[in-house]
Write a protein that binds this ligand. Structure first.
Ligand SMILES: *Cc1c(COP(=O)(O)O)cnc(C)c1O
Length: 397
């Protein structure tokens, strides 16, 4: 394999070429190696490979696969990571990154505004195994400073929170975490690899749900953990190899091809999201718009510095609480009611009754998931059509 990561290519070029491996047939498009196993010429070869596999030598699908390796190398190159391990879903990546490095007695600090399943891993699962977790308001740096301790092993946050779109000051949290030697793990789904520069900002580990923008067309589940060669090979890989969270080669192939168009799609979606947020701001039936690309957003300046764009998701608070939000959802023509995001199709979600249903009323209030809040994932349809659909659905009867 040519080491495309070392070439001086821009992100867009890496997204198309990095990680490619060609078989003896010289195929143009990446091959899908739909096989769970691999064969050896001799018994001695099998023995040798189990002792130590070389580059592009495989043993078993749960351990690795050439199509999966192409995806891992391509996204690692895109994000500027030394290595990556692909997982069956975004949650396998989040839980794998955390559980592979933590043990009973360790302490973790996490931002509170999280995707429901991320919150479950930290609040329910890690604590069950004797890991202590302190939740903080992620945009309040003093809370991070107060929470980290000498025994803090990891710091976790969503760089842009789901669904309230709070932007974490990555460099500032990294500085606080580094003082106690904690590993910084960043769930970067909302930033996307297109707008992310998380490794340059000092993060140790980036996790993605590839299900979202990387697939981008709502077909497959997937995830990836990115980090140093040492962290991926010594900590993540043994854990995931043996616990069984590997990505399927079919899904890896879909994600690999998704990376080729990621930049075009995400930039178009983010430009549309910006126009939609501006159009909804102050529109009839809209109590408030949460979008970091709007000048009035509390972390607007930080977001522009950190990402250069507001991203592809807009949150709006419909007037009239849950009834108002439901009326708006049921009145939308183009937006579909679903819970994926980053898709080519625009999607509207009511987090309080779906993705964040498991939380108590109090927990929802703490992270700003109000009864009128709608999460809008902006797709690839015509921007003016989307604006008209939303203005019509949100306008009071
Ligand atoms: C969707 C999502 C996940 C989980 O990803 P899956 O692929 O659904 O398992 C994790 N974190 C964030 C921020 C997400 O939006």
């Amino acid at each position: 394999m040519t080491d495309t990561t070392k070439k001086n290519w821009s992100k867009r070029t890496r997204a198309v070429h990095a990680g490619s491996r060609r078989s003896q047939y010289g195929e143009l498009s990446e091959a899908m190696f739909l096989t769970q196993g691999f064969v050896y010429d001799t018994a001695e070869d099998a023995e040798a490979r189990f002792i130590k596999s070389g580059d592009d030598e495989y043993i078993y699908g749960r351990y690795g696969n050439p199509t999966v390796a192409m995806f891992e190398d391509r996204i690692a190159a895109l994000e500027g990571a030394e290595a990556g391990f692909a997982t069956a879903s975004g949650m396998a990546a989040v839980s794998g990154a955390l559980t592979s490095m933590l043990r009973a007695g360790d302490h973790v600090v996490s931002s509170r505004a999280l995707f429901g399943s991320c919150h479950y891993i930290l609040d329910e699962i890690l604590t069950r195994f004797g890991v202590e977790v302190t939740f903080v308001d992620g945009v309040d740096l003093d809370q991070w400073r107060d929470a980290v301790r000498a025994d803090t092993k990891a710091v976790f946050f969503e760089s842009v929170s789901n669904p309230t779109l709070e932007v974490i000051d990555i460099a500032a949290v990294v500085e606080i975490a580094k003082k106690v030697g904690a590993t910084v793990i960043c769930d970067n789904v909302f930033a996307t690899p297109v707008f992310s520069d998380a490794f340059a900002q000092g993060v140790d580990v980036v996790v993605y749900s590839a299900t979202k923008h990387i697939d981008g067309q709502g077909r497959c589940l997937g995830g990836v953990i990115l980090g140093s060669e040492e962290f991926i090979r010594k900590t993540v890989e043994p854990y995931l190899k043996h616990t069984g969270g590997a990505m399927s080669p079919f899904n890896a192939w879909v994600m690999l091809k998704g990376l080729e168009t990621l930049d075009l799609r995400v930039r178009a979606q983010a430009a549309s999201a910006q126009a939609i947020a501006e159009a909804l701001d102050g529109a009839p039936g809209v109590a408030r718009v949460l979008y970091p690309g709007l000048a009035g957003h509390p972390q607007h300046a930080l977001c522009m510095k950190q990402m250069g764009a507001g991203g592809t998701v807009v949150a709006v608070e419909a007037e009239g609480g849950q009834a108002g939000a439901f009326r708006a959802l049921n009145g939308m023509d183009i937006f579909t009611i679903s819970n994926n995001l980053g898709d080519a199709k625009s999607i509207a979600t009511h987090p309080a009754t779906t993705t964040h249903q498991r939380l108590t009323d109090e927990q929802r209030a703490e992270i700003g998931v109000t009864s009128g809040l709608l999460r809008l994932s902006i797709g690839l349809e015509d921007t003016d059509d989307l604006i008209a659909d939303l203005l019509h659905a949100l306008a009071p009867a």
